[in-house]
Design a protein around this ligand. Structure first.
Ligand SMILES: *[C@@H]1O[C@H](CO)[C@@H](O)[C@H](O)[C@H]1NC(C)=O
Ligand SMILES: *[C@@H]1O[C@H](CO)[C@@H](O)[C@H](O)[C@H]1NC(C)=O
Ligand SMILES: *[C@@H]1O[C@H](CO)[C@@H](O)[C@H](O)[C@H]1NC(C)=O
Ligand SMILES: *[C@@H]1O[C@H](CO)[C@@H](O)[C@H](O)[C@H]1NC(C)=O
Ligand SMILES: [Cu+2]
Length: 404
């Protein structure tokens, strides 16, 4: 309570954000430009490095084998090329499902989509959200490594793109981007119904909506879904009778700078990290959980709807767009920054245990509370891992990475 008061006072004093514990104080300009977030990230980095060697028993993660995830635009050209080639390689690897079990899954890449689709209602607005996606993208990173890419999964710093997403090196359609915008087709915006209290979040139309035709992923296809694809100009959504079927169509995007600036700005990421006192609040604000905040998408939803289109705006199949993994790498990075600014209180073995929530979407239907001993199960992709072993990115069981 008085933490919020402190923030208000700081605002009045011309400082943007402050927390009681470490005395962070940044100017409005520093928050807006991303300087504040970058300083918090560096603080988290040095905190992680200083506890190297003190991880939970059994860790094999050391300063020698630690891997560093970086923002897409800091990658060397040959690394971007190698990353893009590795995505294509994962898309060319055979599916792990028994023949005929999932007709729309034609590759290992599609398997990632199918597993996410299958578990969507158990991994969003649940106690599993943060660690499920942490393990999921880590395992994807491993597949890229098996496909000849020696680097780490890059992240997408949304704040850098809020003025013009179309001009982002990630989306500009150049050979070293992840493909361009969708072709522009005049269309209405999205009207997304929120259950508690019943409201609608309206966003103006983006600048695409048609098929992506430029860049390395210019001819990408989608097969699985849709399951809950919001329709333009209405609160309705589209689904097919056989979401696991072979519903061949093009990749579409509808880049939307309004959404990025409103929901995924540097200010949004910075206040999320500084003002969330516990994981309950952190994960709720990050996802725009309607039980806690009204009319918000959170930085997580904001990133997804900045991409938009098909599969980008359908929460069940959004991993079908290769940018999904860079988006969730940034989600994971904010979780990592937040955890490591106060590690003692934000890890699996602290008195608070730091998971919160049940294992069903909005707790509907009600289920028991998730605990750190529960497993994250990626289905056909790989073996389950306990949540407590996914809460430390340098825990070494199996994670061993940081962000810069
Ligand atoms: C969905 O999850 C259930 C329960 O874990 C599993 O039995 C089923 O095989 C999964 N289906 C797909 C398509 O992954
Ligand atoms: C939305 O769905 C309702 C109920 O199914 C239907 O009556 C209405 O025509 C739909 N509206 C649009 C714009 O598709
Ligand atoms: C998100 O950032 C925008 C622009 O910086 C700001 O107008 C909005 O109030 C912020 N919302 C939240 C929830 O942080
Ligand atoms: C689940 O967690 C909530 C919030 O901490 C708590 O109020 C509730 O008693 C817990 N339920 C069980 C069955 O432990
Ligand atoms: Cu997800």
């Amino acid at each position: 309570m008085w933490l919020r008061l402190l923030v208000v006072v700081a605002l009045l004093c011309g400082l943007a954000l402050a927390t009681a514990d470490a005395g962070y104080a940044y100017s409005q300009a520093e928050v807006k430009s991303g300087k504040a977030l970058s300083s918090l990230s560096q603080k988290a980095y040095s905190n992680v490095m200083s506890r190297m060697g003190q991880q939970a028993k059994g860790s094999t993660c050391t300063a020698k084998n630690i891997r560093i995830r970086k923002e897409w635009r800091t990658l060397a050209s040959q690394d971007k090329k190698s990353f893009i080639d590795a995505v294509k390689c994962v898309r060319a690897k055979p599916s792990l499902y028994p023949a005929g079990a999932v007709p729309g899954s034609k590759s290992l890449y599609d398997d990632f989509i199918a597993v996410h689709l299958n578990q969507t209602l158990f991994i969003h607005l649940t106690g599993t959200f943060l660690t499920w996606h942490r393990y999921y993208i880590w395992w994807y990173e491993k597949q890229l490594n098996t496909c000849g890419y020696s680097g780490t999964l890059p992240y997408w710093e949304w704040g850098l793109d809020v003025n013009k997403v179309e001009a982002s090196p990630i989306f500009d359609g150049s050979p070293l981007s992840l493909g361009g915008n969708g072709k522009f087709i005049p269309h209405a915006g999205l009207m997304m119904p929120q259950p508690i209290p019943p409201t609608v979040i309206s966003i103006p139309p983006g600048t695409g909506s048609g098929c992506v035709t430029t860049g390395p992923f210019g001819a990408l296809t989608m097969r699985l879904g849709p399951v809950a694809m919001p329709n333009y100009g209405s609160t309705n959504s589209t689904s097919v009778a056989d979401p696991l079927g072979d519903n061949l169509r093009c990749l579409k995007r509808d880049l939307n700078s309004f959404v990025a600036a409103r929901y995924s700005s540097f200010r949004n990421s910075t206040s999320l990290v500084l003002e969330s006192a516990d994981v309950e609040r952190f994960q709720a604000v990050m996802q725009g959980d309607p039980r806690y905040v009204t009319g918000e998408l959170g930085v997580h939803g904001g990133g997804h709807f900045t991409i938009g289109g098909d599969p980008g705006s359908d929460p069940f199949i959004s991993p079908g767009d290769p940018v999904f993994y860079l988006h969730h790498s940034q989600v994971d990075r904010l979780y990592w920054i937040w955890q490591n600014l106060d590690w003692t209180n934000r890890q699996a073995y602290s008195p608070l245990f730091n998971v919160f929530g049940t294992s069903t979407f909005l707790s509907f239907p009600p289920t028991t509370n998730v605990t750190v001993d529960d497993n994250i199960d990626l289905g056909v992709l790989t073996t389950p891992v306990a949540i407590k072993n996914l809460m430390d990115t340098i825990g070494g069981l199996p994670l061993c990475y940081v962000y810069l």
